[in-house]
Design a protein around this ligand. Structure first.
Ligand code: F6R
Length: 614
């Protein structure tokens, strides 16, 4: 939520900052702004709306050729998305400028103090108080680094702040608490960004910062301290993807590119998980086998799409390990006073690793002595850093706001965790685990088969441009897939879309069914249980009431033919792994329908990637 960029070096800062903002725009696009330091003065330009508005303004305003600058792309919290509320915010005399991500919870009282001192604050944001406080400090004679340390000690809440001082063009100073910030280390230049995409074009060397730290970048150096001024060290790492991963590569949307990257992302997430003897090996799990054997309950906490990955995980973990699993929305978790102890394992699933609700949930769990294992796609992010163990997914950067390859690779990590627990607890024989791993390793090819059939799904999507409502039905592991399909359609096509467990339909939701209503049905594979047949009954029930049934079913499923108005075939795979292929047509459907409706698929209205406020 909100993208932040800082630069000091030899290049023209305007280009570096605007390019960084372009790569971070997926984090928020309510407004954008830039502040440059040149000849002892600040030049600030900011505009409501997308970055393109700022770029147009900059072209007219001709900013100075500064080599120090900061920039911001906003997801509004305090105050509507207007020019005035756009960041950067200058201090009282226009000497300091600040950009901010997060929420300063005690801003109202700080504002009152400032106003009593005669400060005039002109925006409705919480950020402006930080600008005034910083400027008050530097005007009193301290440098910007010391000013930042002092001000941060006064602030409550979650924040990343990045600031420049017109009187000191040598440095950009930033601070973080519960909000993301990384340093990019270059030669003769250094960078700050909400994530590495901000500077990936210039350097792949990064520095991860800890909680409550202040960082100062100059052309030649980076120094880190705590809020109390004591020297600290960041963790240096090399980013293992490059600029091409942050480009659309010929696709119209990042989301579409990311859908087609899924076979590779799944394969990469499975790589290196088996030892030469065939045993499963998850090297980032820093919880001993003994501790894992003692786990008698697992609680999965996550939000949105990641929550649906957790719902699939419940089926797999319980089936393979016989350990009870609860899946809980992270935003609800700590408020219900959950029963936790040292034998409860918390699994936190988060693509970004920065989701505030999930972060607060794991912090609560750790105070209750529970161990936390994170499933995460973002190296160096807060959730894995604060967990006892982490399974990294290897999806590469996910830039489309709607999660796609993030979801599939989370599923893979959940399966791996389930099998690893089965191995440790001895609930499955080695050859059974090997067989499931073989099936998992065949999944990239199956996902590719679904993608190769994209034109049929696209045609189906385009034929629904006049639709106002779509229902999604699923059973068992197909139920979370139905929920995920509905979420994708809501967030991208802005349609009423709801997912239901097919068996629950007759307990109320079937009243929604009317003549011509499209109902997307995720049909389980035929097996020894009655899942498939029960699903067919559910499909018959909605069809009898006039629904148009769009069925996603295993190839060769002749039983479904009579009841499907449209049929999208899936490769034959085991029921627990079917979500990996069944969700793909739903992603393609939502992406194409939103495109046909003329929506911005990568930047859906009101949303932002990485939800860093509760
Ligand atoms: C939907 C989507 C969101 C995220 C949710 C959690 O397409 O992307 O629902 O899944 O905000 O985000 P992470 O996984 O980063 O914690």
């Amino acid at each position: 939520m909100c993208g932040i960029v800082g630069y000091v070096g030899e290049k023209r800062a305007q280009g570096v900052v605007v390019e960084g903002l372009r790569r971070l725009e997926y984090r928020g696009y309510d407004s954008a702004g830039i502040a440059l330091v040149h000849d002892g003065r600040l030049a600030v330009d900011k505009r409501a709306g997308k970055l393109a508005n700022l770029e147009k303004a900059i072209a007219d305003d001709e900013l100075p050729p500064a080599s120090v600058g900061i920039g911001h792309t906003r997801w509004a919290t305090h105050g509507p998305p207007t020019d005035r509320n756009a960041h950067p915010h200058p201090g009282r005399e226009g000497r300091v400028a600040v950009v901010h991500n997060g929420i300063i919870e005690n801003f109202a009282e700080l504002r009152e103090v400032l106003e009593d001192e005669g400060h005039e604050l002109i925006s409705e944001t919480d950020t402006e108080v930080a600008a005034h406080l910083l400027e008050r400090e530097v005007s009193a004679g301290v440098d910007l680094t010391t000013a930042m340390q002092r001000v941060c000690r006064e602030l409550e809440g979650a924040f990343t702040l990045v600031a420049v001082d017109a009187a000191d063009p040598s440095r950009v100073v930033a601070a973080r608490r519960n909000s993301p910030l990384v340093v990019g280390i270059g030669e003769g230049e250094n960078f700050l960004g909400s994530d590495v995409a901000a500077f990936i074009e210039h350097t792949r060397e990064a520095l991860e910062l800890g909680q409550d730290q202040v960082v100062t970048i100059t052309r030649d150096g980076v120094s880190v301290t705590g809020f109390d001024g004591t020297p600290a060290e960041g963790r240096r790492y090399h980013v293992d993807w490059d600029l091409s991963a942050a480009e659309k590569d010929g696709h119209d949307w990042f989301m579409r590119k990311e859908i087609y990257e899924q076979p590779r992302a799944v394969a990469d997430s499975l790589l290196g998980r088996r030892t030469p003897t065939g045993a499963l090996h998850l090297d980032e799990v820093r919880i001993s086998d003994e501790e894992l054997r003692e786990v008698d309950k697992i609680i999965i906490v996550a939000c949105g799409t990641s929550f649906y990955a957790g719902m699939v995980a419940k089926y797999a973990i319980e089936h393979w390990t016989r350990t009870p699993v609860e899946v809980e929305l992270a935003s609800e978790f700590r408020y219900r006073d959950p029963i936790l102890n040292h034998s409860t394992l918390i699994v936190a699933i988060s693509q970004s690793g920065e989701t505030a609700d999930t972060l607060q949930a794991i912090r609560h769990a750790r105070t209750q002595r529970s161990k936390v294992l994170a499933i995460c796609n973002t190296n160096g992010s807060t959730i894995p850093r604060e967990s006892d163990a982490v399974i990294y997914t290897h999806a590469g950067p996910e830039i489309g706001v709607a999660s796609t390859k993030g979801f599939l690779t989370q599923l893979v990590a959940c399966y791996l965790l389930a099998l690893y627990l089965a191995q440790v607890k001895g609930t499955r024989y080695g050859d059974e685990i090997t067989e499931i791993m073989d099936q998992l390793e065949a999944m990239p090819a199956h996902i590719q088969t679904v993608l190769d059939n994209d034109s049929a799904v696209y045609e189906l999507a385009r034929s629904h441009v006049d639709t106002r409502s779509v229902l999604f039905l699923g059973r068992h592991a197909g139920y979370p897939v139905a929920l995920e399909g509905a979420l994708k359609l809501k967030e991208l096509a802005y349609l009423h879309a709801e997912g239901f467990a097919a068996g629950e339909l007759k307990h109320g939701p079937i009243a929604l069914v009317e003549e011509g209503l499209p109902v997307l049905c995720v049909v389980p594979p035929r097996g020894r249980d009655q899942l498939h047949d029960k699903m067919v009954s559910g499909i018959q029930e909605v069809r009898a009431r006039g629904a148009r049934t769009l069925c996603i079913a295993e190839e060769g499923d002749t039983a479904i033919l009579r009841y499907a108005d449209e049929l999208i075939p899936l490769p034959k795979v085991p029921v627990l792994l079917q979500p990996l292929v069944a969700v793909v047509p739903l992603q393609l459907f939502a992406c194409e329908l939103a495109t046909a409706l003329g929506h911005d698929v990568d930047q859906p209205r009101n949303l932002a990637k990485s939800v860093t406020v509760e």
